[in-house]
Design a protein around this ligand. Structure first.
Ligand code: ADP
Ligand code: MG
Ligand code: MG
Length: 894
C-alpha cells in the first residue's frame, strides 16, 4: 500500500489523500515552481494509525526510502552533525482547520547539528561567524519551543516567559537584539522546561524527532478542539490528516532573507493589485505571531527586486492555473525565493462577486463557473444595511461579527429592561456578558445584542442568527457591570440609556448613533442604482451574475407578502408572484371588534352580519395585492391561526371584568367574551382548532374569504388587469377536509365569475405529516400543493418553534445533534423526506400538479437546492430573500 508520495508525485486533485496543503505543494512542484523538496504521508496512513493506535505496516519503510531520496537530492543527511538537512513537519487536512496542530520547523537540530548548521550558514568549512551562530541557535530554540508545545504539550507560555525574561535582561523588546550567546542560554532554559514537563530530555536523535512529530500530527486529528471545530463546521470526522515533510529553507539568515504572505487580489474588495505582508530576517510563523511589524509586500521591490519580480510572475501563473484568487506563503533565503504554500484564498462576500466578474472579463472562467463561485449567504450579507461611516466614528471595541446587520439603540443591561424600554417605542441594544435562555424576551425586544464573551456559536450568536437580529459577541474590551447598569470601554463609561451602534458584520462597536443606509446592492435591487451607469464594481458584478442566474434557473421564485407594499418591493426584487399571502392581519387592528362579533354571534343572523362587515375590507386588501402582482399568480391562504389569538388574553379580560363588576358596571358583553375565551382556551393551540378545522367548524368564515378573493379578482379583471388568484387551504391532513371546503368554494367561484372569466385555482398546504403521507389522495382534490415547511418541521420533529429555539437549540448545536437549526435549513433526511414523498405521490396522482414551498426555508440557500432536486416548481420567501433564492436556484443548475 502506498502511504507516502513525493511532492513530485501528487497534484491538486488529490486533496482527499494528500490534504489541501500537500496536494497544492505537489501541484506547485509539478508546475516547476521553486518548492523545497519533500514528501507527504497520506490521510490513509493517518486513518490506519488512528484505528489501530499503530503506524500501519510498511509506513516506516516508505518514510525511510523517501527520506533517503530526499537526502540524496539535497546532498545532506537529516541532522548530520557537520552539514545537517532540516525539515518541517506540517499537518494538512482536506479542509483547513484552525483548531489543528501547528507545524514543527527545524526538525533535525540537536546539540551537535546546531554547530553544523552554523557552519553551513557561514559558508565556511570550519567555525561559524557570529551571525551564523546566532541563526543556528535561534533555529534550535525555535525547534525546542515548537516541538515542546505541539508534540509534547508543554505549556507554550513557559517558553514565552523564558524568552521575555532574556529580552528584559538585555533591555530590549526585539528578538533580533539577542545574540548567539543569549540564544544558547535560552536553549538551556528551554531544555529545562522541556524536561520538567515531559520527564525526559529533549530528544537528540533526529529520526526520533521526526517520528514523534509525525505521530503527534496524526493524534492531533482527534484533539478536543479539532473534534469540536469539525462538528461545528460539519466536516466529517473520519477524513484524517496528511503530514507534509518539507526540507527547510531559512528566512532568518539575515537581512537578505525573510518570509511573507501574499494574495493575488485583495481578499477584502476583490480589487486587482498586490496584497501581502513581508518580514525580513524571520521564520514563517513570525508573520502571523506579529512579533515584529511586517511591511507591505510592495516594499519588497526595494529590498530584493529580483525575488519580487519572480514572486509576481509566480502569482500571475498561479492565478491562471487555479483560475481564482490564490493566497501564498513564501520565504526568501539569501535572495532565493521559495514557495511554501498556496491555496484558493478565502475572501469577503463582496470580493467573491467582484472576482468572479473579473475572471469572466479576463476570459478565465465562464458565467456558469462565476455563478458557482458565489453563493446566497454572501448575497444576503451584501444586502444588510450599512453604517454610513465617516471620520467622526471610530470603533471603541471589536468583537466577533456573530449575526450581521447594523443596529443602533439605547443600551440596556437586562432582558426585562429591554422589554420595558422597547415597549416605549425606543430601539434598544441588549448588552450582556453572555446571554442565556432567560434573555430571550429581551433579545426579541432588542434591535441588537452585544456581549463581551463567547464566539460565533455562543447562545447569543446562535439565537440572534435564528431571529435575524444583529449581534456582536465576545467584545472582550467591554467591562460590563450589570448591577451598576454600565460598562466601560476604552476609558469611557456607557450607562443605561446611552446610544451605541453595533455592526454585526465587522464586529465593531461605536458610541453614539451612526447613521444607517441601505447597501449598494439593495439600492440596485430597488432599481435606484443603474448597473450600466454606476462605476461600483460590486453592483456591476452582482447584476451580471444575477442576470445569468435568472437565465439559468428552472425554479421560479415567489414571495411571501401580505400587503401591497411588500408585494411591490418583492416584485422589484424579482419575485414572480406571491406564494403565500396570509390573511390573518386582515383581522387585526380596528377589525378585531368585528372578529369578536363573529365569535360571540349567538344567532345565524348575527354571524352573517359580522361576516358581511368583514367581506368588503378583505376584498379591498386583495384588490390592492392583485394590482401590485398584476399578471402574476397570488396564492392566498385562508385563515390559519386559532381564533382566540384575535381575542384579548384571558387574565387581562378576567381582571377587567372583575374590576367592572366591582364598580357595578354592566358587564354582560365582557362576560360573554370572557366565557368565549375560556371556552376556546387550548392547552396546545398549535395542534388545536386552526386552519381548515376552523373553516369546517365556523360556518361561513371560509366562504366569506373565498368570496372576497374572487370578487377582488373580478373587480381587477373588469378594470383590465390580469389577476391570477390561487386559494390555499391550510393545515389539511385528510382529503375529505379539502373536498368539503372545495365543494363550497367552487359554488361561490361559479357564482361570482358567472359573467367575468377569471381562473381561480384551489389547492392546499402540505404541512401536516399525514398530508404528506397521503398526498396521492389529497392531490385528487388539489390543483396545487404548497409545502408549509415551518409547520411540517414543527410537527415532524414534534417541537414548537416559538419555544425551543431559545430553550435548547444552542445545546443541540453544541452537541452536533444538528449542524444548523432545522427551522433555518430544511432537514433533508426527515422533513425533506416527507416533502419528497408528497411531491412524488402527488404528481403520480395528478400529473403536472403545481408544487411550491412557502415556509421560511424557501429563502435558505441549502434548502433551495433541495427543493430544486425534488422537482418543485417554485419557492416562496420573504421579499428580502427573493434575490438570494433567485441566485441559488440558478446555482442549482450549474
Ligand atoms: P499553517 O497551516 O499554520 O500555515 P504551515 O505548515 O504552513 O502551517 O507552517 C507554518 C509556517 O512555517 C508558515 O509560515 C510556513 O511558511 C513556514 N514553513 C513551513 N515549512 C517550512 C519550511 N520547510 N521552510 C521554511 N518555512 C516553513
Ligand atoms: Mg501555512
Ligand atoms: Mg402553517
Amino acid at each position: 500500500h502506498k502511504y507516502v508520495y513525493d511532492f513530485a508525485e501528487g497534484n491538486k486533485e488529490l486533496k482527499d489523500l494528500l490534504g489541501g496543503k500537500g496536494a497544492n505543494l505537489a501541484e506547485m512542484t509539478n508546475l516547476g515552481l521553486p518548492v523545497p523538496p519533500g514528501f507527504t504521508i497520506t490521510t490513509e496512513a493517518c486513518k490506519a494509525y488512528l484505528s489501530t493506535g499503530e503506524e500501519p505496516a510498511g509506513l516506516a519503510e516508505q518514510i525511510d526510502s523517501h527520506l533517503t531520496a530526499l537526502e540524496a537530492a539535497m546532498g545532506r543527511r537529516l541532522g548530520d552533525p557537520l552539514d545537517p538537512l532540516l525539515v518541517s513537519v506540517r499537518s494538512g487536512a482536506k479542509f483547513s482547520m484552525p483548531g489543528m496542530m501547528e507545524t514543527v520547523l527545524n526538525v533535525g537540530l540537536n546539540d551537535e547539528s546546531v554547530e553544523g548548521l552554523a557552519r553551513q550558514a557561514s559558508g565556511a568549512a570550519a567555525g561559524g561567524s557570529a551571525g551564523s551562530d546566532r541563526f543556528a541557535w535561534d533555529s534550535y530554540r525555535r525547534l525546542i519551543q515548537m516541538f515542546g508545545k505541539t508534540v509534547c504539550d508543554v505549556p507554550g507560555e513557559e517558553f514565552e516567559h523564558a524568552l521575555d525574561g532574556i529580552k528584559r535582561a538585555k533591555g530590549t523588546s526585539n528578538d533580533l537584539d539577542l545574540d548567539a550567546d543569549d540564544l544558547r542560554s535560552l536553549v538551556e532554559a528551554y531544555k529545562k522546561i522541556f524536561n520538567k514537563h515531559t520527564g525526559r530530555d529533549f530528544p537528540q536523535n533526529p529520526r526520533e524527532q521526526l517520528d514523534l512529530a509525525i505521530r503527534a500530527v496524526f493524534d492531533s486529528w482527534n484533539a478536543e478542539r479539532a473534534v469540536l471545530y469539525r462538528r461545528q463546521e460539519r466536516i466529517p470526522a473520519d477524513l484524517g490528516t496528511a503530514v507534509n515533510i518539507c526540507s527547510m529553507v531559512f528566512g532568518n539568515l539575515g537581512p537578505d532573507s525573510g518570509t511573507g504572505v501574499a494574495f493575488t487580489r485583495d481578499p477584502a474588495s476583490g480589487a486587482q493589485g498586490i496584497y501581502g505582508d513581508y518580514l525580513a530576517n524571520a521564520q514563517g510563523e513570525d508573520v502571523v505571531a506579529g512579533i515584529r511589524n511586517t511591511v507591505p509586500l510592495q516594499e519588497l521591490e526595494k529590498l530584493d527586486k529580483r525575488s519580487y519580480d519572480e514572486l509576481l510572475g509566480i502569482m500571475a501563473r498561479l492565478e491562471e492555473h487555479y483560475l481564482d484568487l490564490c493566497d501564498i506563503e513564501f520565504t526568501i533565503e539569501r535572495g532565493k525565493l521559495w514557495m511554501l504554500q498556496t491555496r484558493v484564498g478565502k475572501r469577503t462576500a463582496a470580493a467573491a462577486f467582484v472576482i468572479a466578474g473579473q475572471l469572466v472579463d479576463e476570459g478565465l472562467i465562464d458565467l456558469d463557473e462565476a455563478l458557482h463561485r458565489v453563493n446566497g449567504a454572501q448575497l444576503a450579507q451584501l444586502m444588510f444595511p450599512r453604517f454610513q461611516l465617516d471620520h467622526e466614528f471610530q470603533p471603541v471595541a471589536k468583537g466577533i461579527g456573530a449575526s450581521p446587520g447594523a443596529a443602533v439603540g439605547k443600551v440596556v443591561f437586562t432582558s426585562a429592561r429591554a422589554v420595558e424600554v422597547a415597549a416605549e417605542g425606543e430601539q434598544v441594544i441588549l448588552v450582556r456578558r453572555e446571554t442565556n435562555p432567560d434573555d430571550l424576551n429581551g433579545m426579541i425586544a432588542a434591535q441588537g445584542i452585544l456581549t463581551s464573551r463567547g464566539g460565533k456559536t455562543s447562545h447569543a450568536a446562535v439565537v440572534a442568527r435564528g431571529m435575524g437580529k444583529t449581534c456582536v459577541s465576545g467584545a472582550d474590551e467591554l467591562d460590563i457591570d450589570v448591577p451598576q447598569r454600565m460598562f466601560t470601554v476604552a476609558g469611557q463609561t456607557v450607562r443605561e440609556g446611552d446610544v451605541v451602534s453595533i455592526d454585526g458584520t465587522t464586529g465593531k462597536v461605536y458610541l453614539g448613533e451612526v447613521p444607517v443606509m441601505p447597501s449598494e446592492v439593495v439600492q440596485y435591487f430597488e432599481g435606484n442604482l443603474d448597473p450600466a451607469e454606476t462605476d461600483d464594481a460590486l453592483v456591476k458584478a452582482v447584476h451580471r451574475i444575477m442576470t445569468h442566474a435568472d437565465a439559468r434557473r428552472r425554479l421560479a421564485v415567489r414571495t411571501n407578502a401580505d400587503t401591497g407594499t411588500d408585494a411591490a418591493r418583492a416584485r422589484r426584487f424579482g419575485a414572480e408572484g406571491i406564494g403565500l399571502c396570509r390573511t390573518e392581519h386582515m383581522f387585526l387592528g380596528d377589525r378585531r371588534e368585528m372578529v369578536e362579533r363573529l365569535i360571540l354571534a349567538r344567532t345565524e343572523q348575527e354571524r352573517e352580519e359580522a361576516l358581511a362587515a368583514l367581506l368588503p375590507l378583505q376584498r379591498a386588501d386583495f384588490v390592492e395585492i392583485f394590482r401590485e402582482m398584476d399578471g402574476l399568480p397570488v396564492t392566498v391562504r385562508l385563515i390559519d391561526p386559532p381564533l382566540h389569538e384575535f381575542l384579548p388574553p384571558l387574565e387581562q379580560l378576567a381582571v377587567n371584568v372583575a374590576v367592572a363588576q366591582e364598580r357595578g358596571e354592566d358587564v354582560a358583553k365582557e362576560e360573554a367574551l370572557l366565557a368565549a375565551v375560556r371556552r376556546m382556551h387550548e392547552q396546545n393551540p398549535m395542534l388545536g382548532l386552526r386552519g381548515v378545522r376552523l373553516g369546517l367548524v365556523i360556518p361561513g368564515l371560509f366562504a366569506m374569504q373565498v368570496r372576497a378573493i374572487v370578487e377582488a379578482a373580478v373587480e381587477c379583471a373588469r378594470q383590465g388587469g390580469v389577476p391570477k388568484p390561487e386559494i390555499m387551504v391550510p393545515l389539511v391532513g385528510a382529503v375529505q377536509e379539502l373536498e368539503t371546503v372545495r365543494a363550497e368554494a367552487e359554488k361561490i367561484i361559479a357564482e361570482v365569475t358567472r359573467d367575468c372569466d377569471v381562473e381561480v385555482l384551489i389547492g392546499t398546504m402540505i404541512e401536516v405529516p399525514r398530508a404528506a403521507l397521503t398526498a396521492g389522495q389529497i392531490a385528487e382534490a388539489a390543483q396545487f400543493f404548497s409545502f408549509g415547511t415551518n409547520d411540517l418541521t414543527q410537527m415532524g420533529w414534534g417541537f414548537s418553534r416559538d419555544d425551543v429555539e431559545g430553550a435548547f437549540f444552542w445545546r443541540y448545536l453544541e452537541l452536533g445533534i444538528f449542524g444548523i437549526s432545522p427551522f433555518e435549513s430544511i432537514d433533508r433526511d426527515g422533513v425533506g423526506r416527507l416533502v419528497r414523498i408528497a411531491a412524488e405521490e402527488g404528481r403520480a396522482a395528478r400529473p403536472g400538479l403545481k408544487l411550491g414551498v412557502c415556509g421560511e426555508h424557501g429563502g435558505d440557500p441549502e434548502s433551495v437546492h433541495f427543493f430544486h432536486e425534488v422537482g418543485l416548481d417554485y419557492v416562496s420567501c420573504s421579499p428580502f430573500r427573493v434575490p438570494v433564492a433567485r441566485l441559488e436556484a440558478g446555482r442549482a443548475m450549474v
